[in-house]
Design a protein around this ligand. Sequence first.
Ligand SMILES: N[C@@H](CCC(=O)N[C@@H](CS)C(=O)NCC(=O)O)C(=O)O
Length: 218
Amino acid sequence: MTLKIYGIAASRTSRPLWVAEELGLVYERIAQPYENGATRTPQFLALNPNGHIPVIDDDGVLVWESMACALYLAGRFPGEVQASLGALNHAEQADILRWSFWVVTECEKDALTFLMHRVAMPEDKRKPELAREAERRLAPALRVLEQHLQTRSYVAGERFTVADICVASVLAWAQRAETMAQCPRLADWLERCLARPAQLQVRVMAKNERQNPPPPKV
Ligand SMILES: N[C@@H](CCC(=O)N[C@@H](CS)C(=O)NCC(=O)O)C(=O)O
């Protein structure tokens, strides 16, 4: 059965989609929106009882939580050795795990608040003080990654891996934070990640869906 990825691209579904596009996987994309309770139907809750996208259905193996989805696909479809997004040894595995968990626990909430209140919401709804506070809390974490990248080109070493996808997909929300300008290695790494053809492909999907919003599927 074909691998299924549920979720619109302009959401955390972009994480497993980015992995799938990098690996050239054959998959069916079910562009399930999430607004207006679309993920709270009994049918959708049977896929993910939390009522969130993304969800992956790999021949009956259901995976939710976007980072778990990304890590799952990278491990499940290792591809050619050099093109593999997953770990090739235990040291890489350690980096992939710790940085993926790190970005969710140390950065995601503040990066999202920053994005919403500095960039994404209509100006009259933004609360600049929330963006400032989020940016202030985010700064030490960004410096930690800046330090890590002093001696390597990618999060887990010299090879682009799923760790870069997990971390970049969150830090892209904070790309306009002032601390980025003080973290040249981090800014350069983020730019390289976001310029990858697979990531551009996901952004095209998101743009198309913004122009033609898909109806709920499940
Ligand atoms: N921690 C979860 C969060 C998922 C999440 O909040 N997804 C949003 C879209 S980005 C959603 O489905 N919201 C709809 C809802 O909660 O009703 C993950 O990373 O997958």
